[in-house]
Design a protein around this ligand. Structure first.
Ligand code: IPD
Ligand code: CA
Ligand code: CA
Ligand code: CA
Length: 269
């Protein structure tokens, strides 16, 4: 993808995101239609669906050869990352959307032949847009984000992770992860993977660790975090396969290296 093409797609996607965000804000106090998916706590609302449908319709109309990988069923069935692929989570943090009416985001990553070209994470209720274009840096609204500070001492690190790490699970020994929580300065759980990536890019969280995410949860975040010198890998430090559910570690490379070597690898079952 050349720069002109990237710029055009970026501007168009940004306009659609603002439009979709405005619609969500307008209807935020309207009673929700809520369904459940894999379990009673796996929520989806009519707003998740209509927002994704809005993007799918616009993309298919404007860019007939682009493909869509998305959460709620309006995308394509992909078996490769060839071509231009929009990876869309219409509402990331649906549980927050339903229960808190804030702390959720629209997340869109645009990839070309598997390479992340554009990332957007839009905090809808705060009206804050995190964005990045490959090789051109990352932004919070119009403000350029600085490179991550590689000198953060481990005992002062802020880590974002949820309680599943500390409950019995099939991937890691909880005891070792409890030690991690004690060794860093603090831990936070926000309930939106996309926002957690955005906070990593902003440098207010040093690392984000999660046992299982889907491509639409991390695609945009990977592009944005990469632009500030951060890394995104599996919890074993391997490359992410963009078409699968995977564990994810993202953030400051120095902190991440220590977490993977001294904690996760030691805790692996
Ligand atoms: C979820 C959120 C949550 C993460 C889950 C995701 P959704 O996305 O990002 O923080 O822990 O794994 O599924 O379903 O609200 O789009
Ligand atoms: Ca969901
Ligand atoms: Ca999500
Ligand atoms: Ca979602």
């Amino acid at each position: 993808m050349n720069k002109a093409q990237r710029d055009t797609i970026f501007s168009q996607a940004k306009q659609w995101i603002y439009e979709a965000g405005a619609k969500i804000r307008e209807q935020i106090h309207t009673p929700l239609t809520i369904d459940t998916k894999s379990n009673p706590n796996d929520l989806v609302t009519a707003m998740d669906r209509s927002t994704e449908a809005f993007f799918a319709k616009n993309i298919k109309h404007t860019y007939t050869d682009h493909l869509i990988l998305s959460e709620e069923g309006y995308g394509d069935q992909l078996d490769s990352m060839d071509g231009i692929v929009w990876i869309i989570d219409p509402i990331d943090g649906t549980m927050n959307f339903v229960h808190q009416k804030r702390n959720f985001a629209i997340s869109i990553g645009i990839f070309n032949d598997g390479v992340g070209e554009i990332g957007f994470i839009y905090d809808v209720m705060e009206d804050v847009l995190y964005s990045a274009k490959k090789g051109e840096g990352a932004f919070k609204n119009n403000e350029r984000l600085p490179q991550l500070n590689r000198g953060v001492p481990f005992h002062q690190a802020m880590i974002s992770m949820n309680h599943f790490w500390l409950c019995e699970n099939r991937l890691v020994e909880e005891k070792r992860m409890q030690q991690l929580v004690k060794d860093v300065r603090g831990t936070r759980t926000y309930g939106s993977a996309a926002l957690e990536f955005a906070y990593v890019a902003e440098g207010i969280i040093d690392n984000y660790l999660t046992l299982s995410l889907s491509p639409w949860d991390y695609a945009a975040g990977m592009v944005i975090v990469n632009e500030v010198g951060g890394v995104t890998t599996t919890i074993d430090g391997d490359n992410i396969d963009m078409l699968s559910k995977t564990s994810v570690a993202a953030g400051n490379p120095v902190i991440q290296e220590k977490i993977i070597t001294d904690y996760i690898k030691q805790a692996r079952k």
